[in-house]
Design a protein around this ligand. Structure first.
Ligand SMILES: Cc1ncc(COP(=O)(O)O)c(C=O)c1O
Length: 492
């Protein structure tokens, strides 16, 4: 086997297929485990035998089909319409509902769906020179990205540190004459909490505004949990003021990556989402979504996944996820020094610690060392640092092992003690401005923290997280962007 790290992708002589696959498999060995129910972020694993093989075969069938022109590839149009119909029906739209005209588009992911929801809202009001959107502080960062890309102002409403939801009166107060969109999450990513959608949509409707429900994360889980008897509050098109909803199929629909659906209550609301251009010598470009050329692979894979799992499959998977959430939450409650950020109501378990002797970032490293990959969340406003667990169906068979591992990891974290940053580093994190960061300073820091390019990311991240935690948001952004920039260097 050749060592592929630091080697460019184009050899002088082409390689046999088997060797190429060996290379990829060797590279993949360094990745976190995408299957097996021990990775609580990034991946959504149903643990269904044969599903991967089916999705891969479907992907391969359509990988070279181009979504650029639905008239050239009607197979893709048919599968997209089928996905949109399924999502709309699941989320309170379609024939026989109060929202019979729901239409939608298949996008490449949640961020793209949210960018397009913001674009549609912005372009529906062309007379406004400085459009703005109102989002709870717990809304996904993709709204900030949309605001940045689309030059739309972002008005953030704080969330209550106990309920982790925004105050509806504060949402109403944040609406200005330039506001084009009000946002609610169902649920939020960080804590898995469903915003008061009915109240927020009512406020938006009263102001004559669009209301987007970001159900990217949980939109494919909440309806099944509700059918199983969970007290899921109204969040979909059954709520009259909700004008658009996003739901990612590459999350709880368990499709391979690259598929989300953006739904609008009616075609008129969707119209400004499109981009069309005829003023050049080539083909008239008509794009409902951001990408122009799009592979049919992810769409076919998602279609196959939905067809294979069916409603009964999703109900079974939701039941397994619900039970896993309950089991993990019990493990947290049973562990001294830990506290749930919120009672789990969806598919997230999120905990923090009030115990000064227990450093959450060290705990995350100790869990990683034991094969449990959780996601640290930094201190934000008056919310403490926390540990996030996205729970999927594949976690269910692992739950019994988690409690003892958590107890062991907590004991090890206590024994190791909290990270103590050298005072000069702590002072730097508190006082440095993003503008004052020079490439040399960043390179020195990266070196000192073991993040220098080439070596990859170190196993133990507590020191890095502690440093970031001590820094204000703008500095965190800049530091991490610089670090990632150091990692993203060409292999020649
Ligand atoms: C609530 C929510 N919205 C949007 C997104 C962005 O989705 P993506 O990573 O597919 O762009 C996420 C991702 O976790 C999410 O949880």
């Amino acid at each position: 086997m050749t060592d592929t790290a630091g080697v460019g992708a184009l050899p002088a002589r082409g390689m046999p297929a088997a060797d190429v696959l060996d290379e990829i498999r060797a590279l993949r060995a360094a990745d976190r485990p995408t299957h097996g129910g021990r990775l609580f972020a990034y991946v959504y694993d149903p643990g269904v035998a044969g599903l991967d093989e089916l999705a891969q075969a479907a992907y391969a069938e359509s990988a070279h089909v181009n979504g650029l022109d639905p008239t050239a590839f009607p197979s893709l149009l048919a599968m997209e319409n089928a996905l949109v119909g399924a999502a709309a029906r699941l989320l309170g739209g379609g024939p026989g509902t109060g929202a019979p005209d729901v239409v939608g588009s298949v996008t490449g992911g949640g961020t793209e769906s949210l960018l397009l929801a913001v674009k549609a809202a912005r372009d529906a009001r062309p007379g406004l020179t400085e459009p703005r959107i109102v989002v709870p502080a717990s809304a996904h960062a993709a709204f900030a990205k949309a605001a940045h890309y689309l030059r739309v102002g972002l008005d953030t409403v704080p969330v209550d540190p106990v309920t982790l939801r925004p105050d509806v009166a504060a949402v109403a107060a944040a609406i200005r004459p330039e506001t084009v969109l009000v946002v609610a999450s169902a649920p939020s990513y960080a804590h898995g909490v469903v915003d008061p959608v009915t109240e927020i949509a009512t406020v938006a409707q009263a102001a004559g505004l669009r209301c987007h429900v970001d159900a990217c994360f949980g939109g494919w889980a909440l309806p099944w949990l509700r059918r199983l008897g969970a007290p899921v509050p109204p969040f979909d098109f059954a709520v009259p003021g909700v004008t658009s909803i996003s739901v990612d199929l590459h999350k709880y629909a368990y499709a391979p990556k690259g598929v989300s659906v953006l739904l609008h209550r009616d075609p008129a609301l969707r119209a400004p989402q499109f981009f069309a251009y005829a003023d050049w010598p080539g083909y008239t470009m008509v794009n409902p979504v951001i990408a122009s050329t799009r592979s049919g692979g992810p769409i076919a894979a998602a279609y196959a996944t939905l067809r294979h799992l069916g409603e009964d499959g999703y109900l079974r998977l939701a039941a397994a996820t619900r039970d896993a959430v309950a089991g993990l939450a019990d493990a947290v409650r049973a562990t001294g020094g830990l506290r749930l950020m919120a009672e789990p109501e969806t598919t997230v378990v999120c905990f923090t610690s009030d115990d000064a002797g227990l450093d959450l970032f060290v705990l995350v490293d100790e869990l990683t060392a034991r094969g449990w990959h959780t996601q640290p969340q930094l201190t934000y406003a008056d919310l403490p640092a926390s540990v996030h667990l996205t729970v999927t169906a594949a976690v269910a068979p692992r739950v019994a092992e988690f409690g003892p591992a958590l107890a062991e990891a907590v004991a090890a974290a206590r024994a190791a003690g909290p990270v103590v940053l050298p005072p000069e580093l702590l002072a730097l994190a508190g006082s440095l401005t993003p503008e004052a960061l020079t490439p040399e300073l960043v390179a020195g820091l990266a070196d000192g923290l073991g993040l220098a390019g080439g070596a990859g990311v170190p196993d133990r991240m507590a020191v890095v997280n502690t440093l970031l935690d001590a820094a204000p948001a703008r500095l965190r952004e800049r530091l991490l962007a610089e670090f990632v920039g150091l990692l993203q260097r060409p292999a020649w």
